[in-house]
Design a protein around this ligand. Sequence first.
Ligand SMILES: [Zn+2]
Length: 67
Amino acid sequence: MTRAAANCPICRKPAAPSSKWAPFCSARCRTQDLANWATGKYFVPSPRTEADEYWDVPPDSSDSTDG
Ligand SMILES: [Zn+2]
């Protein structure tokens, strides 16, 4: 028991490593995975919904001196 059969990340079915659609079991699951990325399903939802909070920079700028 050295080789563990990889399961399809979409439907959790055993997928052949030498399969054309590896690591997926079929073209459908492969497409589904791409769709998940496209729709941002894999991205963790941010607590902030506003886009203006994208730049989360600390206001502390005393590190640099004007000289
Ligand atoms: Zn699958």
